[in-house]
Design a protein around this ligand. Structure first.
Ligand code: TXE
Length: 481
């Protein structure tokens, strides 16, 4: 069986313990590879390698750093078919989605930051006749990047690229549930000529490897994407050590449909924002609020499209809904469906595990599920389900829907569908979320601030925001006299 290896000091190596974890293919429900069950020793070795390579890497020219990051991006594109296949097998997502979204975006993450550092500039502040200040931005040192399973290579590179571009060296940990593309990525880094020790990838469990990275005194900043509870645990360890922290956590995003919207567009986009990647995207809109006068019309059109979604083998070209990432996660989602029924939810579509015919008969599939009749404050409408489950709720006024939308502990993104520009502006001002999409969903410009309010996170990623996070600032003040 294939063994995934750690990438430490430029080499692919087995874990010190020689212990291994099983890696599942969720679409067929079987183990297909082994992952290092790494421990403190592996993190220690990775951290040493990163520390040793920091001086040279941080002093390299931006041209050198940019060139090697761009080379990595080029190799991702060259190997995109293999990477997409690996991502689909490891995660359960449709191959077509991995080809269209995950892998191209991973390449773009690398090339975006390869280019961004070439164009970076810093501020200066002039005090007339007194002094001039200029801002120096310096790499922090060794930083930790911890990423989740839902968009494995996409989110892994979204952290690593700015960290490396800014001149840091990195100890990174992908999710133990989807480690394969990070392993293929380490081979790409070797082939691209990334100097040894600059990036180190340690595979293994969160409470072991992730925890060791978080608490290591030489690792000065932690960039994390994952569940809110894990974010809390990381903050408990890292905050008293005064580490820089970037936390991208959960969401329970409202998708708000006003009666003056382009209905066809709103319906089609809502199907995507509900069920893309089996609903396992922190930006999915799992609470759909519809102005009462178009509620029935929206519901009818929405359900028609949901029922037409092709669910099954992720490798089939026509598949729109693949497998959930693990049996544990599938059971968690099915339990949420049970709770929604207990809370009085009326099931409009789906609601069960789906058992495909053929090779995927033992996979972890859940039908795209739609409920109505639930109050905005019930647990189904408050807890992050992170699966293919959405609710439909009517509303009568802007004031009411703002109250519904802002009622959760999360604040990641919101979608608003309306043709009234004034209303769009009013809503954007009042919605408690880091991102508001008006008449669209998941349109991403990588320069923009990305992140959430409330329990959806701390800090922002993207463009200058990420480069600022991964640098320390020194203000230099020069007197004129
Ligand atoms: O995420 P975890 P899980 C949500 C979603 C999901 C829930 C749990 O609701 O059901 O989180 O998913 C590492 N110290 N999201 O269990 O545990 C872990 O190994 C340091 C939302 O997969 O947060 C992995 O690499 N690291 C989300 C990473 O943290 C630790 C995406 C994320 O795992 C650790 C995924 C610890 N103590 C899940 N414990 C989003 N918002 O994008 C775990 N890890």
């Amino acid at each position: 069986m294939e063994k995934i290896l750690n990438y430490i000091n430029g080499k692919l190596i087995e874990p010190v313990s020689n212990k291994w974890l099983e890696n599942y293919n969720p679409a067929i429900g079987t183990v297909y590879s082994l992952i290092p069950d790494s421990t403190k020793e592996d993190v220690e070795n990775a951290q040493k390698a990163a520390l040793n390579s920091f001086h040279k890497w941080s002093k390299s020219s931006i041209k050198e750093r940019s060139t090697v990051l761009q080379k990595i991006a080029d190799l991702i594109i060259e190997r995109q078919d293999d990477l997409a296949m690996a991502e689909s097998i490891d995660n359960g997502k449709p191959l077509a989605l991995a080809k269209k979204v995950d892998i191209p975006r991973a390449a773009t993450n690398m090339s975006f930051f390869a280019s961004a550092i070439l164009h970076e500039n810093s501020e200066s502040h002039h005090m007339s006749n007194v002094a001039i200040n200029y801002t120096l931005r310096k790499p922090i040192g060794v930083v930790g990047c911890i990423s989740p399973w839902n968009l494995p290579l996409y989110l892994f590179t979204w952290k690593i690229a700015p960290a490396l571009a800014a001149g840091n060296t990195v100890v990174a940990k992908p999710s133990e549930i989807t480690p394969m593309t990070a392993f293929l990525f380490s081979k790409i880094c070797i082939d691209a000529g990334l100097p040894k020790g600059v990036l180190n990838i340690v595979h293994g469990l969160g409470p072991k490897v992730g925890h060791e990275i978080t608490k290591h005194p030489n690792i000065k900043a932690i960039s994390f994407t994952g569940g809110t509870l894990t974010g809390q645990k990381i903050a408990e360890v890292a905050a008293p050590m005064f580490k820089k922290l970037s936390l991208e956590l959960g969401g329970k995003n409202p998708n708000i449909i006003f009666s003056d919207c382009d209905l066809e567009k709103a319906v089609s986009s809502s199907v995507l924002s509900s069920f893309s990647n089996q609903g396992q995207i922190c930006l999915c809109g799992s609470r759909i609020f519809i102005e009462r006068k178009i509620y029935d019309k929206f519901k009818e059109k929405f359900l028609e499209k949901v029922k037409a979604l092709n669910i099954g083998d992720p490798l089939e070209k026509t598949t729109k809904i693949g497998a959930l990432v693990s049996s544990q996660h599938m059971n968690k989602v099915l339990n949420h469906i049970k709770i929604a029924k207990q809370e009085g939810g009326i099931l409009l579509s789906g609601g069960k595990q789906f058992i495909p015919k053929g090779r995927c008969a033992n996979g972890y599939f859940v039908e795209p599920t739609v409920f109505e009749g639930l109050s905005f404050d019930c647990s189904t409408n408050q807890e992050e389900i992170f699966g293919p489950v959405v609710t439909l709720t009517p509303f009568d006024s802007e004031e009411e829907v703002i109250n519904f939308a802002n009622s959760t502990k999360y604040g990641l993104c919101s979608m608003v569908w309306t043709s009234d520009l004034n209303r769009a502006n009013r809503m954007s001002d009042q919605l408690q979320s880091g991102i508001v999409w008006i008449n669209c969903w998941l349109v991403r410009d990588l320069r923009t601030p990305f992140g959430g309010m409330k329990e959806s996170g701390v800090g922002r990623e993207g463009g200058t925001y990420a480069l600022n996070f991964f640098t320390e600032t020194t203000n230099v003040c020069i007197s004129y006299n």
